[in-house]
Design a protein around this ligand. Structure first.
Ligand code: NAP
Ligand code: ZN
Ligand code: ZN
Length: 351
């Protein structure tokens, strides 16, 4: 029998959250049933719940930074058992056959990975995310949360953590790398920690110096304010890699100029509008402008293990299920240190 779970949904773009109930499918042989304890609030949730990227599927239950405990497994499940601490990230299925899926990069599935929410699964049913008490996911798309990581500080790693870990590893960041992290929000504060743990010399470029002490504590060696018109010109050609996590449109030319010859600007921020740059900003220094989207299941597990081994996790502020609308406003105004995590247990059990 499908089960009914409590959830928080937005009925339409930009509308406030309402408590509701949703139906989760009867577990299939390879499914894992997860009781959700915590779910992070990603800025992508806000872009989608407010209809900033595209129309969206409503009612929408956002949430793709999910951490909880396994409460049941299908008969064919081999990798998880009742009681295991697990996570679910940004997608819950993919075709498994295309080049990307076979390479373990399911996030680039040629047929489109099935988003954890605001998407349709392979049967055409809408998906609902982690602002809910429970979720049913195929075991191939479930992550193991290592014992050393609390479920609350682990939850944001399922999107924010992997989104910054993947490009840092792909572009070979290690000892001797000079890395700038632009924007110190949910993604950015994890990028600082992970880049520093990989051995890089990390500089934070934030709008102001308000979070400087935190940035240095998290592993940066330098923290500079982009609101100061002298900051970016002073740092010309200073970095091998610039990782931009900014949720708003920014001046790409000014940021490309921060790269040494052959350097790369990886943009992971996804503001809704278009971006532009002058071709000479690339040609003038054989620079690369790149993007990156979350990470595959295998790499996400590597990232979780890496963070657990080094004692890294998100710095969080836990909010109740009644505080999510206010938390959204606070993310947009930059008033979060550094990730809101919803205590989903407050939704109670479905009646
Ligand atoms: P966040 O917590 O709101 O952090 C974004 C940071 O960007 C802010 O803390 C702020 O940093 C900076 N910022 C905001 N507005 C700015 C402006 N007008 N000018 C300059 N800087 C500004 O958001 P997040 O959850 O980290 O997500 C960041 C972006 O990444 C979002 O667009 C999200 O959709 C996207 N995202 C992409 C992926 C992917 O796979 N590529 C995955 C997850 C999220 P300072 O206060 O330090 O200046
Ligand atoms: Zn996200
Ligand atoms: Zn595929």
């Amino acid at each position: 029998m499908p089960s009914t779970v409590t959830a928080l949904a937005v009925p339409g773009a930009g509308k406030p959250f309402e408590r509701t109930t949703i139906t989760r499918r009867d577990p299939r042989p390879h499914d894992v049933v997860v009781e959700i304890a915590y779910c992070g609030i990603c800025h992508s949730d806000i872009h989608q719940a407010r209809g900033e990227w595209y129309e969206g599927i409503f009612p929408m239950v956002p949430g793709h930074e999910i951490a909880g405990t396994v409460t049941a497994v299908g008969g064919g499940v081999t990798r998880f058992a009742v009681g295991d601490r697990v996570g679910v990230g940004c997608f819950v299925d993919s075709c498994r056959e295309c080049e990307s899926c076979r390479a373990g990069e399911e996030q680039y599935c040629a047929r489109g990975e099935v988003g954890t929410y605001a998407a349709r699964d392979h049967t055409g049913e809408p998906t609902y995310g982690g602002y809910s008490r429970g979720i049913v996911v195929d075991e191939d798309y479930v992550l193991r949360i290592p014992d050393g990581l609390g479920l609350d500080v682990a939850a944001p790693l399922l999107c924010a953590g992997i989104t910054v870990y993947s490009p840092l590893v792909r572009w070979g960041v290690g000892p001797g790398s000079r890395v700038a992290v632009v924007g110190m929000g949910g993604l950015g504060h994890l990028a600082v920690q992970i880049a520093a743990a990989l051995g890089a010399e990390v500089t934070v470029l934030s709008q102001t110096l308000a979070k400087e002490a935190d940035g240095l504590r998290l592993g940066a060696v330098r923290y500079a304010a982009t609101a100061d018109p002298e900051t970016l010109p002073r740092l010309r050609s200073a970095f091998d890699l610039v990782l931009s996590t900014v949720s708003a449109t920014q001046d790409l030319d000014a940021h490309l100029a921060l790269l040494r010859v052959g350097g790369t600007l990886v943009n992971v921020g996804l503001p809704p509008g278009p971006a532009s740059y002058r071709p000479y900003s690339l040609a003038g220094g054989r620079r690369t402008l790149a993007g990156s989207k979350i990470g595959g299941i295998r790499e996400t597990q590597q990232m979780l293990d890496f963070c657990a081994e080094r004692g890294l996790g998100a710095e969080i502020e836990t909010v109740s299920v009644d505080e999510v609308d206010g938390a959204y406003d606070r993310v947009v105004t930059g008033d979060v240190r550094y990730r809101f995590v919803i205590d989903v247990a407050g939704l109670g059990e479905a009646g």
